[in-house]
Design a protein around this ligand. Sequence first.
Ligand SMILES: Cc1ncc(C[n+]2csc(CCOP(=O)(O)OP(=O)(O)O)c2C)c(N)n1
Length: 327
Amino acid sequence: MGDTSIMEEVGSETLHRMLYYMKLHRFYEDRIEIVYRQGKLAGPVFLGRGQEAVGVGSAIQLGKDDYIFPSHRDLGAFFIRGMTPEAVSLQYFGRRDGPMRGRDGNTHMGDWSLNIGLFVSHMADTVPVSAGVALVLKMRKQGNTVLCYNGDGATSRGDWHEGLNLAAVMQLPVVFFCVNNQYAYSTPLHKQMAVPTVADRASGYGMPVDSVDGNDVLAVYVSARKAIQRARDGQGPSFIECLTYRMTGHGSHDDARYVPAEFFEEGKKKDPILRFVAKLKAGDMVTDGEITEMDARIMAEVEDAMAKGEAGALPEGPEALAGVFAD
Ligand SMILES: Cc1ncc(C[n+]2csc(CCOP(=O)(O)OP(=O)(O)O)c2C)c(N)n1
């Protein structure tokens, strides 16, 4: 299926929303990284720069009663589900009114009221939990689905394998994404697995496995659409490996000197936002004027979110302890 026919099918409104969320993800993170370097944040910052197409191309297709279990690099998916830039800033600044009420300062966050599952570690602990949520949806015959996102490093952990197996055996309505940015912190892919792709690992569990260019939001969209439909139709789980590039260190504290310069060059050439804009323009789906207006709107939103995050109140001592220890 060519890009033009996909774009015609998806329609200009959804395409514009996709561009908006990819840019919001990028602009927000560019700005929060500066705030981090200014020494204003208590915790680290983890960026999904270069990986925006995966969360956006998939989560944009969900309905209100679906669930996501994002990782620390899927900020666009958080925004799509309704978490506001202001809420994310309150989180980063460790403020009382943030999603974790000031008890964590980085992206360890979620919000059950928005069907965004929480994670404790960056690794695969959300995989069996998302299978559990999918089991509930299946038992309720809701026709809803769960999208679960992990990095390549997470697939070396036992809970990833157990979760995939459980979902396949029980035919659960969940889609597992591997956002394969080719590094787990400083460990390149070939040093943590002896098969060439994560798809090779997933294919042992008895579910459809797809591999897509994770820097092509339309390719992610099409693959995710099929997998989501399967889940809704009661046909069980799917796995999608999205090959992408981490265009940054593991976190903002990491200058990634262990990554060869060519890797970053390659990532830059395949920038998912620039590629999407080029496709939209080639298909007459967006004008320069619309892009300029969108950029200005997003920058204003991000500035507002930073100001509100910084101005937010810190938790009082007893509030900071609520829910931390059993009564
Ligand atoms: C159980 C556990 N072990 C180790 C860590 C430290 N850690 C955080 S992220 C990470 C690497 C994750 O790599 P990957 O799954 O490829 O995701 P990416 O960060 O590349 O998106 C590690 C080792 C952790 N948070 N939790």
